[in-house]
Design a protein around this ligand. Structure first.
Ligand code: ATP
Ligand code: MG
Length: 449
């Protein structure tokens, strides 16, 4: 086993606790990620010291009493913050969410046994090396997610573990062990009892994993439990030459095609066609889904509210769902109008969504749409690089200038500015102060705008 390189703050915490006579280890995700050769996000520490002894051991440090009742305190070191938790065993989980009680224990093994998956149930210290009572290292090698103990019981205790299993399978492109997988399917319903915030966090992580396609395809029942609005999409045939997949499979491929890690884009892709089954019509040319952007938008709003997305993400996702299918002609004036309407970040996201969407269509229909897409991206790049004017702020005239030439303060100022911006975007007049002032005067004279 390779030595795990523990950051010096965490190492100092281990040594302090060990010096005081307690056991102490780094544990969970950081051990898993270190063995995988991935940089751990955080380093959690577990110890046989009860919380009051942890506090006493670090009385010369800044300590935050994060979850003292559950045995967790955060110790602030110069290289970062570390959560230090007393070894614990969880009591019964009568609500499928929280243990009814938490008891401290002196046994590391008991602490590891309460953890969700074998790959998350390993501890390490320089003194003892790897402590791996449930075969986590072997499961990492086999690339398998496997519950510690009986999967049915473990999912009954905390149903969020179902989504965590899918999340790890997606992130690391692992398989899910047979027994664990069966239990996931049979316990999927219990996810209904889990707080929306916890579901949202795991769902977003799941969507940005490299193995997301397999997970979405193999566990559509779980996905449809947390987003029942997707259920009609599963198996829904599209019957037209642009599509080779059912609506749900198309969605899954579109999510997989996006390689970035922007949650807004991932969630927008997951929901972009959610309204299609409601919009289906058929004629001699096959199936159509006219107006599905609007219907998907409306359904997505309900989903995002239920999953408690913050207002900004929600608005951004909804805008992308609404416009994912809009016709955008590859012409500078059109691109500039879109940039003015939705802003640069959203435009780039929209481009990411459209290419992910196109690449999930029937292969023989892609070429012309891909070319059009590249043209759009190139035009946008030029507009930004050349600092072309596409919004009011870019214009070499402002409200004050208009008031100086006699426009009364109020609505009319905005209307004239809008009209001038439209003319600049369309290329009818240059973005030049004197010319814009002259045009404004003309507009006032003829009573336009
Ligand atoms: P990440 O890399 O996303 O932080 P993680 O595995 O470290 O993944 P955390 O939520 O930080 O996830 O949890 C730390 C550890 O606590 C896990 O590795 C696991 O041992 C344990 N754990 C977390 N959530 C659960 C749960 N719902 N049930 C059982 N054990 C859990
Ligand atoms: Mg972690």
């Amino acid at each position: 086993m390779d030595k795990i390189m523990i950051p010096h703050g965490a190492q100092e915490i281990l040594e302090t606790l060990q010096f005081n006579g307690y056991e102490a280890y780094v544990v969970g995700g950081c051990v898993r990620d270190s063995l995988l050769g991935v940089e751990p996000k955080d380093w959690d520490i577990c110890t046989s010291a009860i919380p009051s002894r942890i506090l006493y051991s670090f009385r010369d440090k800044r300590v935050i009493e994060t979850g003292l009742k559950h045995g967790t305190v955060t110790v602030v070191m110069d290289d970062g913050q570390y959560e230090v938790t007393t070894f614990r065993v969880d009591g019964d989980y009568s609500d499928h969410r929280h243990p009814d009680s938490v008891n401290f224990t002196e046994s590391l093994r008991e602490d590891l046994a309460r953890r969700d998956f074998t790959i998350n149930a390993m501890a390490y210290s320089e003194k003892t090396g790897l402590v791996d009572p449930f075969g986590g290292a072997q499961d990492l090698k086999r690339k398998v997610i496997s519950c510690v103990g009986n999967p049915n019981d473990r999912f009954s205790e905390d149903a969020l573990r179902i989504l965590r299993a899918l999340r790890f399978a997606s992130t690391y492109q692992f398989d899910i062990d047979n027994r664990t997988s069966k239990a996931i399917h049979s316990k999927a319903d219990t996810l209904n009892e889990i707080a929306a915030e916890r579901i949202r966090v795991e769902l977003c992580k799941l969507l940005s994993g490299k193995g997301v396609l397999c997970v979405l395809m193999d566990y559509s029942d779980v996905i449809a439990t947390i987003i029942p609005e997707l259920r009609p999409c599963i198996g829904f045939e599209q019957n037209n030459r642009y599509h080779q997949y059912t609506v749900y499979n198309h969605i899954a491929h579109a999510v997989e095609n996006y390689k970035g890690n922007d949650d807004v884009v991932n969630v927008a892709l997951l929901l972009h066609d959610i309204g299609k089954p409601l919009c289906y019509t058929e004629d001699e040319r096959g199936g159509h889904f006219h107006g599905h952007g609007v219907v998907s938008h409306d359904i997505a709003e309900v989903v995002l509210d239920r999953l408690r997305f913050d207002n900004k993400s929600k608005a951004d996702i909804l805008e992308l769902v609404l416009y994912h299918d809009s016709v955008i002609e590859p012409a500078p004036r059109v691109v500039k109008r879109w940039l003015n309407k939705i802003g640069e970040v959203q435009f780039l996201r929209l481009m990411d969504i459209r290419i992910a969407d196109i690449l999930a269509h029937a292969v023989d229909t892609q070429q012309s749409r891909i070319e059009r897409h590249h043209a759009l991206v190139q035009i946008e790049k030029n507009v930004i690089e050349e600092e072309q004017c596409f919004k009011l702020k870019d214009m070499n005239i402002n409200g004050k200038d208009l008031i100086e030439i006699g426009v009364p303060e109020g609505k009319r100022v905005g209307m004239i500015l809008d009209a001038l911006l439209e003319s600049v975007i369309s290329g009818y007049i240059p973005n030049d102060h004197d010319i814009l002032v002259w045009c404004a005067k003309m507009l006032i004279l003829v009573g336009g705008a």
